[in-house]
Design a protein around this ligand. Structure first.
Ligand SMILES: NC(=O)c1ccc[n+]([C@@H]2O[C@H](COP(=O)([O-])OP(=O)(O)OC[C@H]3O[C@@H](n4cnc5c(N)ncnc54)[C@H](O)[C@@H]3O)[C@@H](O)[C@H]2O)c1
Length: 432
């Protein structure tokens, strides 16, 4: 393929070296003449293990060139990859000026040529940025079918960039329809890639980097707490990482219910108090309860706004297969709804009020004294009169729900239960 690469920094230079070594004809474009001159000589403009060799190989094979003239590069290529910087402004806003400049230059060159071109943005950009460009300054070319626009997030790490480029930890391509790879890119992106919308690909990159930051900050906060407690937190975290069921796994990484129950809230509070009393600053751990409260508030707002009739709560306990009501977010949902005058009915087959004991019974008696009057023995008793059905967790089977959900119901899926979409009701997802 004939590919031009705009921006020859850490991402662009690695992309150039690797693609040229893989047999593609690559033309780099940068405003920085030093970088262009280095690449023209077959040397790397940055320090990165393995990159000098890849660039030298590409150059020796006659497959690598670098220029400062965007027109020249566009004329000689069918695909462009944009790797210019997207720095922060002083106020934290994302600065897209370099991407916009380059997109404008590419468009300008293409308007003077009679050919189709594919433009891949690899620079990290917030959700909506690619659409903004495709429907803004690139609009005429996109609408005329002369330009295909994709967003292809880059996940390489400096220091291991060449290896990461060749073996990415994850690969996703954002396209306009979110399901088809443009034919001309099939060879470049391979088969093992998720095809999603522009916006999903953009958010994926931020989700990954934010999560990496959360991991680092979390390990460091546990490190500070551990040191204060006089122990080796590195060894504790090593042990922590051995749990690949709950810790290093997809578990707890699905958007849905706020957390609740008898352990998570209490233990997060205790650890935070220990840190505060020890004079430590652990803002990540310290923000978890607030984050969870904000999430619960968001859920309550959605429920308040959805319909105006009776409400059925499917699942009152903090998760299914338990009767533990302690700090269950659904208990707060019910408390929030009662003053509104909307009649609430609850179905949760694991709950047997006469069997509740200890602090579980004490807490629910204090928080929701009349809850047994709201509890229904049968699903249809709860759902039948309701307009809104709040499905907090799958404490009933979908077939059972099918017997009593009709087209006049609205089902709000709080925790990601795709089978609910098959019901004849209107389906609303809390976070999707
Ligand atoms: N560095 C990383 O590890 C990494 C990893 C993944 C994604 N990213 C993302 O990739 C993008 C690029 O990052 P980077 O670290 O390579 O940036 P960088 O600052 O090293 O390089 C950007 C290059 O773009 C050039 N440039 C600016 N305006 C230009 C123009 N009009 N025409 C041509 N070139 C122009 C600059 O001269 C510079 O050489 C960013 O959005 C970044 O967030 C970076």
């Amino acid at each position: 393929m004939k590919i031009s690469i705009f921006g020859l920094g850490y991402v662009g230079a690695v992309t150039m070296g690797c693609l040229s070594r893989n047999g593609h004809h690559v033309i780099g474009v940068d405003v920085n003449e030093e970088k262009v001159a280095a690449l023209r000589k077959g040397t790397s403009p940055i320090v990165e293990p393995g990159l000098a060799e890849a660039i030298a190989e590409g150059q020796a094979a006659g497959r690598l060139d670098a220029v400062t003239d965007h027109d020249d590069a566009i004329r000689r290529s069918d695909v462009s990859i944009v790797c210019v910087g997207t720095p922060s402004r002083d106020n934290g806003d994302l600065d897209l000026q370099y991407v916009e400049t380059v997109a404008g230059q590419i468009a300008e060159s293409l308007r003077g040529l009679d050919k189709h071109h594919t433009l891949i943005f690899r620079s990290t950009m917030l959700p909506g940025s690619t659409r903004g460009l495709a429907e803004g300054l690139l609009r005429d070319l996109v609408e005329a079918g002369r330009l295909t626009v994709c967003f292809y997030p880059e996940f390489l790490r400096e220091g291991t960039a060449v290896r990461d480029f060749e073996h990415p930890s994850i690969a996703a391509l954002g396209t306009r329809d979110g399901c088809t790879v443009p034919e001309e890119l099939a060879e470049l992106v391979g088969d093992d890639i998720a095809i999603v919308t522009w916006e999903s690909a953009e958010l994926l990159k931020y989700a990954c980097n934010s999560f990496h930051a959360v991991k680092v900050a979390f390990a460091n906060e546990i490190g500070r707490v551990g040191k204060k407690a006089g122990l080796n937190a590195a060894a504790v975290m090593e042990l922590f990482c051995r749990d690949t069921v709950l810790n290093l796994s997809p578990y707890y990484l699905r958007p849905g219910n706020p957390f609740g129950g008898s352990c998570l809230p209490k233990d997060v509070r205790a650890l935070n108090r220990f840190a505060v009393q020890s004079g430590l600053s652990t803002p990540l751990i310290g923000s978890l309860m607030q984050s969870n409260r904000d999430h619960a508030d968001a859920l309550q707002r959605v429920i308040r706004r959805t319909g105006s009739g009776d409400v059925a709560i499917i699942g009152l306990a903090f998760k299914h297969n338990t009767d533990d009501l302690r700090e269950s977010p659904m208990v707060d949902v019910v408390r929030d709804l009662i003053p509104s005058g909307r009649k609430v009915r609850i179905y949760d087959p694991a709950l047997k009020p006469e069997k509740l004991t200890g602090s579980n019974r004490a807490q629910i008696r204090e928080k929701l004294p009349g809850f047994t009057d709201l509890l229904c023995n049968r699903l249809d008793e709860a759902v039948g009169p309701a307009e809104l059905v709040v499905a907090a967790h799958p404490c009933v089977g979908i077939d059972e729900l099918r017997t009593c959900i009709t087209s006049r119901h609205i089902v709000l899926d709080v925790n990601g239960w795709p089978a609910l979409k098959e019901l004849p009701s209107r389906y609303d997802g809390f976070l999707w």
